[in-house]
Design a protein around this ligand. Structure first.
Ligand code: AMP
Ligand code: GLY
Length: 450
């Protein structure tokens, strides 16, 4: 079958890479793609937000299945556009309609949805500029730190965590006053949850679901989780505290009620759901829903799926996911993101990248392109803040006779991932290149502390 992946970052490169391994994949297209996806499929010019361009690409290339990487086209109604167009309605499509995408597109909707369906999440209320006094009272009733969220999409920047009340009240006014444009016309204020975060993912056809490997993302720019927030500087999968018991809680308390809730509310959903969770003393709480996979989590997660992702996606789009079983590798994955100097603040683009940024000599390593461009004369250069995601898998070992404990295994998987990943990251050279040196170390320390 012919497949079109929409998007052009590391997440889409990893999804396309996994799809390209399927025997069912005849032709693979990526719009707009990047130099990395150009090596495994055909990149098509255009933006996934340009629905008529997407339509033309599907019809011109006899595309059978479309997989949407980023959230904005979904929140903007690409799923509805496909469902309503006679020429597109039979094309298999992975991604929710706009009502389902509101789980990510509107924090207020997501929080109210969780409240309606008794899904564990932080206590909250939402406010607009006409209820600013009530918002102040609500803030005064909470303990620091204070969590303020712009209701709409704000390019991942719409959440502020304020350490004191005056700062929270000032930021509330900034948000309602347009700091994040219209995304901040409504602000959700919620209770601060303390715990360890984890990203979990399902693929669902609205009835059944497959649980994908979980991952831990490293959001801050600096080692030891210091400095500014970024889109994600690395990832590790599996995450040792995600035990079978924790997974059971996530399924019973979150996944099942989410899918039941969507059905009860008449919202069809075929696609990925990313559960941003906080583990509070062994109990999972939803921090956020996303209607897409995470980046850079996907670059780790895809390398741990041993079954045929394209088959799962096809059956999902046909509403037959109940017939599928996912096979997850025992091998761990560790991803390190190389970023441009200055990121997440100002940085230069167009800097030449030296070293082989397409393949590694180490068969346990994959390099996914996040923000790169290729000139006509074949020179690879940076084109974004996050440039390359290097993923290493731990060594293939037969664990059948292995007497190691789960903790020993977690330490081994992360250690092997680090040993394979960091030498590759060092080989990639460009002016200003930076990466965190401590991906996975917090987990090892946590385990060693007992
Ligand atoms: P979000 O965009 O909703 O995922 O929020 C961005 C980040 O803010 C999350 O990944 C958390 O690190 C943090 N965060 C959001 N909500 C809360 C909360 N209620 N308590 C603690 N941290 C939070
Ligand atoms: N890495 C977090 C996200 O994709 O939202």
């Amino acid at each position: 079958m012919n497949v079109l992946v929409l998007g052009g970052g590391g997440r889409e490169h990893a999804i396309a890479w996994k799809i390209s391994q399927s025997k069912d994949c005849s032709q693979l297209f990526v719009m707009p793609g990047n130099p990395g996806t150009g090596r495994i499929g055909k990149n098509l010019a255009g933006s996934p937000k340009d629905f008529s361009k997407v339509r033309q690409a599907v019809l011109d290339n006899n595309v059978d299945l479309v997989v949407v990487g980023p959230e904005d086209p979904l929140v903007g109604g690409l799923g509805d556009f496909f469902a309503e167009d006679p020429a597109l309605k039979d094309v298999l499509f992975i991604g929710p309609c706009s009502k389902g995408a509101a789980l990510e597109g509107s924090k207020e909707f997501a929080k109210q949805f969780m409240q309606r369906h008794s899904i564990p999440t932080a206590a909250f209320r939402s406010f607009t500029s006409s209820s600013i006094d009530e918002a102040d009272r609500f803030l005064e009733s909470l303990k620091a730190p204070y969590v303020l969220k712009a209701d709409g999409l704000a390019a991942g920047k719409g959440v502020l965590i304020c350490q004191d009340l005056d700062q929270a009240k000032a930021e509330l006014r900034n948000m309602l006053g347009g700091k994040f444009g219209s995304a901040g016309n409504t602000v959700v204020i919620e209770e601060f949850l303390s715990g360890i975060e984890v990203s979990m993912f399902i693929l669902t056809d609205g009835k059944d679901y497959l649980l994908l490997p979980e991952a831990k993302d490293y959001k801050r720019i600096g080692d030891g989780d210091t400095g500014l927030n970024t889109g994600g500087m690395g990832a590790v999968s599996p995450v040792p505290f995600v035990t079978d018991e924790f997974k059971d809680k996530v399924i019973k308390r979150i996944v099942v009620p989410t899918l039941d809730g969507l059905r009860e509310e008449g919202i069809p959903y075929k696609g990925f759901i990313f559960l941003g969770l906080m583990n509070c003393g062994g109990d999972p709480y939803v921090i956020e829903y996303n209607v897409r996979m995470g980046d850079p989590e996907t670059e780790a997660v895809m390398t741990r799926i041993d079954s045929d992702l394209l088959h799962h996606l096809t059956m999902c789009a046909k509403g037959r996911l109940g017939e599928e079983k996912i096979k997850i590798s025992e091998r761990g994955a560790l991803t390190v993101v190389c970023v441009s100097g200055g990121y997440p603040e100002g940085y230069k683009k167009g800097i030449r990248i030296d070293g082989n940024a397409f393949t590694s000599d180490n068969p346990d390593v994959n390099i996914f392109h996040m923000g790169t461009s290729l000139s006509d004369d074949g020179i690879l250069a940076t084109s974004g803040g996050r440039v390359l995601a290097i993923t290493a898998n731990s060594r293939q070992t037969d664990c059948s006779n292995n007497s190691e404990t789960p903790s020993q295994k977690a330490v081994r998987l992360i250690g092997e991932g680090r040993d394979a990943c960091y030498p590759e990251a060092e080989k990639i050279r460009f002016e200003g290149r930076y990466f965190r040196k401590d991906i996975g170390l917090d987990i090892i320390r946590f385990i060693e502390k007992g």
